[in-house]
Structures are given as C-alpha cells and as structure tokens.
Design a protein around this ligand. Structure first.
Ligand code: AMP
Ligand code: MG
Length: 314
C-alpha cells in the first residue's frame, strides 16, 4: 500500500524516495502536491508522465524558505517584501531563472522563468528540510482534472503511479496558490488564489490581473478547460433542474451540498474541490449546478476554477 500516515517514519521513507529520483505526493496548505527533486531531470520527467501533463506546462518549485531562492532565480525588492508578507503561504512567485540555476529545465518548460513557493505545512516543510533540495510539485491529479484536497483523492487519481502518498488530512486552504509574475516591471497575477490582488497591491503597489485568454501559453493554470469533473457543470444556478445536483453557497434550501451555508469565502474555497468530487462520484446526478458566488476577493479565485470546470472539454 503506497498511502501512509504522516509521521517521522513516513517522512524518512519519503526523503529517501525523493533523493533517489522517485515521486512522493505530500500535503500542503493549498492542495496535495506530486513532488520530485527539482534538480533531477528524470525525476521531474516522471511527474509529467504520471499526470499525463502536456510538457509545455511549467511546474512550481517548492522551497523551505526564501534563502533557497537565491540560487535559483534573480530576486528583487518586490520579492523581499512579498515573501516577508506572505511566506510561508499560498503565493507563488514567477522570477527570472539564473543561468546557473540547478533546477532542471523541465520545471520551466523551456521558459527563462521559474515559479517558486514556500508551503505553509509541517509535512511539506519536513520533506524539504530532509531532502535538502527544492521540490517540483504540481497538484497531484491527472492533468486537467480536479485538484486533490485529500490523500484519498490522490490515490483515486494517480494510484500506483506515485511511489508514496503521505496522508496529512484535509488541505486547509483547498484552492491552488495565487501565481504572481515578477519578471516584468509591473507585477501580474497569472492565476487568482486566496491571496488577492488587493492584498498584493498593498505591499508592492499596482498589479495587473491577466485573464485566461491573454496568458494561456505562459500559465497553463489558465487553460480554458481545467479542474474538470466528469459531469457537466452549470454556473450561477438559482436552483437545480431535474437530474442536477445543486451545489449551494449561502442560503440554498434543497442544495445537495453547500460550499458555505454562512456564505464564507474561505470555507467555500476549502470545500470546493472535495464537494465537486463528491457530487461527480455520486451515481444520482446527470449534472452539477452551482449557486452564484460573488465575484469579489477570494470569490474571484473560486469563480475562476468554476469557469474552467464548466468550460467545453478539449
Ligand atoms: P500546479 O502546480 O498544477 O498548481 O500549476 C502550476 C501553475 O503555475 C500553473 O498555472 C503554471 O502555469 C504556473 N507556472 C509555473 N511555472 C511558471 C512559469 N515559469 N511561468 C508562468 N507560470 C508558471
Ligand atoms: Mg494543477
């Protein structure tokens, strides 16, 4: 069985696997990651193979703290301010790669940039400190499907393609990190997340928000169809039609599940992927109808994922 509880023994085994070029799925505060030593090209290639991920999609490199980034990328004052304000936490920074960057070119998928993040989770931190190498870790799901917020989701989606899955319980945030591009003079959000444009602007000044169509090739978290469940999705649904499961938000009498009955965005973000999966797996429904979610703050990130989940499939 390749799913083990998070304890010292499991972390030691995971450290050996990662050093040896294997794949370990581990919990972070956002979603479960599919990790490999970012400095071993063959190990990183195994991530793409396991996910069935198009090779032009770059991967986020996880670090134990900001000091690890100096060897990988060029860091400026904005980097210092943002990491002080938001690390560890769900903010990924896209930076210019150093020429002598030890991470495999595969993590950058041919771009001259590299995306880095310091996860706010004790298991992820213990692994990084144990391996002593940056870890490439995209979400641990088959490419294009819903991100995993429980270890069982990883087992169901990737199973034996992973050498070890570390069960650290449910992910606290539940939505992928905000991706912020710092390679240009004006910072730009490539993927919305729970750290909002307003929060970032308060630290470094004005930021652009790039919408899906403009940035598709540079940030595949912006592919039109992504995070897709098996069932069709209908958004902004004020009620369920026959055969539909209604996924509620706020007061929604008759909802099959409710993202947050008290209309709390943080709670809704944490529940989103697990509830989409639960309805998708139920044999009772033909489609999923989602109640309207206000397009402000974290609601922007939730609606971004919902739009991709509802988009026409390739
Ligand atoms: P995932 O790790 O599956 O949550 O996806 C990683 C996200 O970060 C995707 O949206 C990637 O496109 C984005 N990303 C990773 N590296 C880069 C990069 N060098 N430039 C732009 N976006 C990146
Ligand atoms: Mg993903």
């Amino acid at each position: 069985m390749n799913l083990q509880p998070a304890n010292a023994e499991t972390i030691a085994a995971a450290t050996r696997i990662l050093r040896g070029g294997g794949l370990v799925s581990f919990p972070t505060e956002t979603v479960y990651g599919l990790g490999a030593d970012a400095t071993q090209g063959q190990a990183v290639a195994r991530i793409f193979a396991a996910k069935g991920r198009p090779s032009f999609n770059p991967l986020i490199v996880h670090v134990a703290d900001q000091t690890w980034v100096a060897a990988l990328a060029h860091c400026d004052a904005r980097f210092d301010k943002l990491t002080q304000a938001f690390w560890p936490g769900p903010l990924t920074l896209v930076l210019r790669r150093r020429d002598d960057c030890p991470a495999s070119d595969l993590v950058s998928a041919g771009l001259d940039s590299i995306a880095v993040r310091m996860p706010d989770h004790p298991v992820a931190q213990a692994l990084l400190r144990g391996v002593e190498r940056p870890l490439a870790a995209p979400s641990a799901n088959a490419s294009g499907s819903i991100s995993p917020t429980l270890a069982a989701h990883v087992r169901d989606s990737l199973g034996q393609k992973v050498d070890l899955i570390i069960d650290g319980g449910a992910c606290r945030v539940g939505l992928e990190s905000t991706v912020l591009d710092l390679t240009k003079s004006t910072a730009a959000i490539l993927r919305p997340g729970t750290i909002t444009a307003a929060q970032i602007a308060a630290v470094i000044g004005p930021v652009d928000v790039i919408t899906g169509d403009q940035a598709a090739p540079t940030s595949p978290g912006q592919l039109a169809s992504h995070y897709a469940p098996g069932l069709p999705m209908r958004l902004n649904a004020a009620e369920a039609r026959p055969g539909e499961a209604w996924l509620g938000f706020g007061t929604c009498a008759g909802a099959a599940l409710n993202l947050s009955a008290r209309a709390d965005m943080v709670e809704a973000a944490a529940n989103l992927f697990a509830m989409m999966r639960a309805l998708d797996d139920s044999a009772r429904y033909k489609a999923i109808a989602v109640a309207p979610i206000p397009d402000v703050g974290i609601g922007l990130a939730i609606n971004d994922r919902l739009k991709r989940a509802a988009a026409p499939r390739p």
